[in-house]
Every structure is written in structure tokens, then in C-alpha cells.
Design a protein around this ligand. Sequence first.
Ligand code: NAD
Ligand code: G3P
Length: 335
Amino acid sequence: MKIALVGAGSWGTAVAGLVADSVDSVAMWAHSPQTADGINSNHVNPRYLDGYRLPDNVTASSSLQEVIDGAEGVIFAVPSTHLRSVAHEAAVYLDDSVPVLCLTKGVELTSGLLMTEVIGDEIGHPERIAALSGPNHAEEICRGGLSAAVIASEDPEVAEFFKAALISPALRVYVSPDVVGVEMCGATKNIIAIVCGISAGSGYGDNTLALIMTRGLAEISRLVHARGGDPMTCMGLAGMGDLVATCTSEHSRNRSFGVAFAGGTSLDEYQQRSHMVVEGAAAARSVSELARELGVDAPLTFALERTLYHGGTLAEALELLTDRFPTQEFYGMDD
Ligand SMILES: NC(=O)c1ccc[n+]([C@@H]2O[C@H](COP(=O)([O-])OP(=O)(O)OC[C@H]3O[C@@H](n4cnc5c(N)ncnc54)[C@H](O)[C@@H]3O)[C@@H](O)[C@H]2O)c1
Ligand SMILES: O=P(O)(O)OC[C@H](O)CO
């Protein structure tokens, strides 16, 4: 069996290595031909996870047609801002019956669509598109550390297909029917991680970290519920699990960006320096739009949006948040 993996950043590379153990071959699509050459010549991605040797049955190309032709399953792992254009280009090579898994975490700006919905818009037959999420840093997955993830799909057969491709003694793979909940959690936890990074970078301690994560989880739950997902999903791997990993890990790009931002580094500087996508920064804007549209109270998200995109200072953001009078711990879940 051949699996196509569209996206050769850190996560695409790590997942290619996982899937390679269960299938005959994995063909990776890399945006840059130099990355594809590096993988083919040395079995190493020259830009991401360069200490990790990919299995011999992983090859790469910058031609989507070459990668997708003959694949029995397709996995997308490109950043959220490029997903629509890449899926659009991929659509002509994809048969209607091929199952698709989305690893990207985000909400599309303006449309408010989740990542599986963006892919579905472009390739059709949305019932065959699943989402994987959870507390999974590529760096640890490559080292074979014990981890867990959840695959959400409205079609259980699609979830089981990708579960079989990914499960290993080091990766426990659970399934869920709540695609909206799993994807909303994945997109919104990145916002909370940036706020945690800003807090740590500004000298605040663990009490503050716990406050932001906990009130962040309440905010995520309101968003999940309003978007039509199950708030219980927030208690699982895609919710609390990923929130803990992202808000506390040294590997987290979103948290690290927050720390750097508090020290005076701009988003552009950070992304250029690291070559890595900070999904929470894009989500601060798209989720704010979505929250306003849905009428959801999302103070941490709004504060980050204002700080990153509307010239608000960190002092103003803190004032906005602490001026709110604390009321009932849980609210906003009623229909
Ligand atoms: N890194 C992780 O540990 C991890 C874990 C879980 C989920 N994710 C999610 O996976 C998705 C991909 O993240 P990543 O960490 O693999 O990326 P990355 O930051 O490691 O790499 C950036 C990627 O963007 C690609 N890119 C740049 N310009 C592009 C363009 N114009 N068109 C298409 N692709 C372009 C690069 O080639 C590279 O593959 C994100 O949504 C992220 O939230 C990442
Ligand atoms: O922790 P980050 O900010 O690097 O995000 C990567 C993944 O979403 C973690 O599961």
C-alpha cells in the first residue's frame, strides 16, 4: 500500500516515519524541491528534524501528481494558511473514494471553516476526511517516546483506516466521531499557548500559567459548543491533552513565540528565524472573527488578536483581562 503525505514540515516528516512502518511506501510532497532532494538523497529532511533518519520506504517529490498517483490514502500536513491552495491543486489527482486525513490545526480566516472543511470544499466527498489531533510534538514522536492521538471522523471506517496506518507501541491512537470538537480544540489551544508564553516571558509564574490554561479551557469549551462540537471532547487528548503539551513544552512553537514576543520579537522575525509556522497567531485572528459571529465570549483570544494585529500593548491586554469581574466559573454553554 502507498500513502501520500502532503507537507514536509516537522509534523509531516514525523508522521511519514510512523506510517512507513505499516505500509509499503510513503510518498511525501515537499513545497521546496531542495527538501525533496534532501529526503531522497540522504533520508533526512534538511530543514526540519534534521537529526531524524526517515525509513528507506519514504520518498519525496515537489510534484503533487507524482505523490498522489496510486496512493490508497492521503494525509495533509501543510500550514493552515496554505491548505486551501494545496488541496485545490491536489484535487485533480485525487479519486473520490480515497480516504483523507488532516493533520493541520487552524480555522480559516473569513470563512470560519475548520481544516477538514477547507479540504472538503476543494476535493469533495467530505465524509471521507478525518482529522488527527492530540499532544504530539514531532520532536518527541521521532524519538519514539510514548504518545497518544485521536482521529475524528464521521465515517468510522475512515478513522479505522488511518488508525491502522499510525498505531504503534509508541503511539496510542483513539477514535472519535466529534470532528468539529477535535478540530476546534486543536486550533484554539495554540492561542492559549501563545498567551502562556507571553505570561512566562513577562515574568509571571506557575499560578498564572494555571489560570490561563484553565480559563483557556473554559473559553475553548464555549467555542466548541457554539460551533456544534461536544464540550466533553475538551476533556480529551485533543483538548486538555494538547493544551497541557502546548502550553508547557519546550518544543512548543506557539509558547516559544509568546515568550519571544514578550521579549520584543515580532511574529515575522520569529517565523523567519525558526522557519516554523505559529498557527496560534493566525488563529487569534480567525477564531476572534468566528467568536464574534457566534456570539461567544472569548477574552483571551480577543486580547491576543488586539495585541498582535491592532497595536495593543501587553499592559493594555492585561488590563482588559483583569478588569473583567470574575463571575460564575462556567457559563455560556446553554442552548
Ligand atoms: N510540529 C508539530 O509537532 C505539530 C504537531 C501536531 C500538529 N502540527 C500541525 O501541523 C501543521 C504543519 O505544521 P509543521 O509543524 O509540520 O510545519 P513546520 O512549521 O515545521 O514547517 C512549515 C511548513 O510549511 C511549508 N510551506 C511553506 N510555504 C508553503 C507554501 N507556500 N505552500 C505550502 N507549504 C508551505 C514548509 O514547506 C513546511 O512544510 C500545522 O497546522 C501544525 O499546527 C504540528
Ligand atoms: O506545541 P506547538 O505550538 O508547537 O504546536 C504543535 C502541536 O499542535 C502540538 O500538538
